[in-house]
Design a binder for this molecule. Structure first.
Ligand code: BDR
Ligand code: CA
Length: 306
């Protein structure tokens, strides 16, 4: 199984990504680190702790990280994910605490201990990852792979130009893309192909209590049928975890990605060159949509039956 370390800000789709990472027998979730993003750090950490106990992987460390972006004031997405971060979902309070220490140290130590084996995935703002790779530049060589959900090569969602995770901490994103690794950028152009439409929700609903309590509310809370091109709510972060387990479901292109940090209207934009002299990223562009949902549904069904 591929060892996966997930840095996240749960978050509706982060929670669905955690469920996938936990449930796929070909993935071994070795840690969950949290970063302030969709909602504040205390709340995303609480959500990660509650999900861990609800789903039943108490031995996997949950470690809190950065509460604030590197230089800017925090700007959340509570208008998308609800004040509690998980939409309408209310889980039993966690009984087990977060791991001692800071996510940045945990990331460095975990990857250092097993060079070449850890697949690092980030589905929130890149603050923790930037701090980690600044403190230990060799992290970029020690990971088996590094995948983010963030950015886009067409348009944004936080602003017309910028996707939320990059826009929330553009200085961190710049450090991360400039580090000595190839970043797989699972951006909006890809993740908007993964919309949990009526058919998907119907198949989820058949999974019983796990679907009623968690999967369906998480994948429908933010759906707005009046937005053109929305057939269902996009499950952005799930795509980043799926990429590690099932890269065969994605078509990708090498690219040079630079992060705009100064633009009056474009701060947080990922400027993507698909004809690069020096690529620094791999950008998935096409998703095998039926294959993706078949995979996700099979993993969720496994957890529901456990
Ligand atoms: C990203 O922003 C967050 O709100 C989601 O959890 C996802 O990581 C989508 O732009
Ligand atoms: Ca997220």
């Amino acid at each position: 199984a591929r060892q996966l370390l997930l840095d996240c800000d749960p978050g509706l789709d982060d929670a669905l990504a955690i469920l996938l990472a936990h449930g796929d027998p070909n993935l071994d979730l070795v840690g969950v680190t949290t970063v302030g993003g969709n909602v504040d750090l205390a709340t995303v950490t609480k959500n990660a702790l509650e999900l861990r106990e609800y789903l039943g992987f108490p031995a996997v460390p949950v470690v809190a990280g950065a509460a604030q972006p590197l230089t800017r004031a925090a700007r959340d997405a509570a208008h998308v994910h609800g004040a509690g971060g998980l939409g309408s979902v209310i889980l039993p309070p966690a009984t087990l605490p977060a791991h001692d220490g800071h996510a940045v140290d945990f990331i460095i130590e975990t990857v250092r201990a097993r060079p070449g084996t850890i697949h690092l995935v980030a589905t929130g703002p890149l603050t923790n990852i930037a701090l980690a790779v600044e403190r230990e530049p060799a992290l970029a060589r020690w990971v088996a792979s590094f995948t983010i959900m963030g950015g886009s090569y067409s348009r944004g969602n936080a602003t017309p130009a910028a996707e939320f995770n990059i826009w929330a901490d553009p200085e961190a994103a710049r450090i991360v893309f400039d580090a000595d690794w190839d970043v797989t950028m699972v951006g909006l152009d890809l993740t908007l192909q993964a919309q949990a439409n009526k058919g998907v929700i119907e198949r989820f609903t058949a999974l019983g209590a796990l679907a009623d309590e968690l999967i369906v509310p998480l994948s429908t809370f933010y759906f707005n049928p009046n937005v053109p091109d929305w057939d269902g709510q996009a499950v952005h972060d799930v795509c980043a975890v799926a990429y590690v387990a099932r890269p065969d479901l994605f078509e990708s292109r090498p690219a040079r990605v630079d992060i705009e940090t100064q633009g009056e209207f474009t701060t947080g934009m990922t400027v993507v060159d698909f004809d690069p002299a020096l690529p620094n990223a791999t950008v998935p562009t096409r998703l095998d949509v039926p294959g993706f949902w078949a995979y996700v549904e099979s993993v969720y069904a496994r957890v529901a039956a456990a």
